[in-house]
Design a binder for this molecule. Structure first.
Ligand SMILES: C[S@@+](CC[C@H](N)C(=O)[O-])C[C@H]1O[C@@H](n2cnc3c(N)ncnc32)[C@H](O)[C@@H]1O
Length: 295
């Protein structure tokens, strides 16, 4: 069956269809995830003065890289898909761009290299998931040995922490909240193909959180988990539903041309529609931070 191209494999689709996730405690003063990142780095490093050697994995089109750029005397970005990196190169011509699967990063960036800051935004679910199952067109094939997949995923996360300089270094990641109203519907859409690895959608995040906690503890680093609630605004119900098909169902018609998809997305849009027809979709995010030892 022919599918629309994967949202990450084709340049241009991702940025064009991205709704700004907005987070914060005060619903009247929500801020985009880029701004949240800017505030975070400013709170840690002060004014940007190209003071850091930065690595960002799964950087995609460079949305978050642009926030990190003023802090970087060297910015190394990685992603699996060349189309995403082509867009990034146009935005940040002086970035050191490395096309690699995060799982294979050590083949491209020597494990002994050290960075002041390692960032990973909305991306680690993918390489972790690849250790647990294989998505092939219309099929999801679970790996035969789940425990082995989990162990390999944790080793990959540890290798990212290993890149962080042991003094005054930072690892920082954003990861989706599978229990948000948005993601609960994403879970139902994908469960049309197969149950989630580990029996729950939060499994990949649990792997990340426990791997980071263990990696930090083994090295005597501080580890923090913070939850953020927010909304993704859409101009209409139709826009939200179309975005679900492209971004969350990755354009796979086996997922979107179903009664379940139509029913669940319509109900979600209706539940969060405003009187003017716009939709404020509730979203959630976990922020993970490791700080290495202070000098
Ligand atoms: C939701 S996008 C986030 C992009 C960017 N970090 C941002 O916040 O806009 C997920 C990114 O992960 C990349 N990706 C997916 N699987 C990957 C893998 N196994 N290794 C490296 N990158 C991967 C995709 O190409 C995409 O750029």
């Amino acid at each position: 069956m022919a599918h629309k191209p994967d949202v990450y494999a084709t340049a241009g689709i991702y940025d064009a269809t991205l709704p700004p996730y907005r987070f914060g405690k005060d619903l009247q003063q929500l801020i985009a995830d880029e701004e949240l990142l800017r505030q975070k780095v400013e709170s840690v490093y002060g004014d940007p003065s190209q003071q850091l050697n930065v690595l960002e994995v799964g950087a995609g089109t460079g949305r978050m890289s642009q926030i990190l750029l003023p802090y970087a005397h060297q910015l190394t970005v990685t992603d699996k898909f060349p189309g995403m990196l082509d867009v990034l190169r146009q935005k940040i011509p002086n970035a050191n761009v490395v096309q690699t699967n995060t799982r294979d990063i050590a083949d491209e960036i020597h494990p002994a290299r050290q960075f002041d800051f390692v960032g990973a935004y909305w991306t680690l679910s993918y390489p972790i998931g690849e250790y647990l199952e294989t998505i092939e067109d219309d099929k999801i094939i679970p790996i035969p040995d789940l425990a082995k997949g989990v162990a390999l995923a944790k080793r990959m996360i540890d290798s990212l922490v290993e890149y962080v300089r042991p003094q005054d270094g930072m690892f920082h990641a954003y990861f989706f909240d599978s229990e948000s109203p948005e993601q609960k519907v994403v879970t139902k859409i994908w469960e049309q193909l197969a149950p989630d690895p580990g029996g729950r959608r939060s499994f990949t995040r649990e792997i990340l959180a426990s791997a980071l906690g263990e990696s930090a503890e083994a090295r005597g680093y501080d580890f923090y988990e913070t939850h953020h609630s927010g909304i993704a605004p859409f101009s209409s119900r139709e826009e939200m539903i179309s975005w679900f098909g492209i971004c969350h169902a990755k354009g796979k018609r086996i997922l979107t041309d179903t009664r379940l998809f139509m029913h669940e997305t319509a109900e979600l849009a209706e539940a969060h529609a405003n009187s003017d027809g716009t939709v404020d979709l509730p979203v959630g995010m976990y922020e993970y931070t490791i700080k290495t030892k202070a000098k």
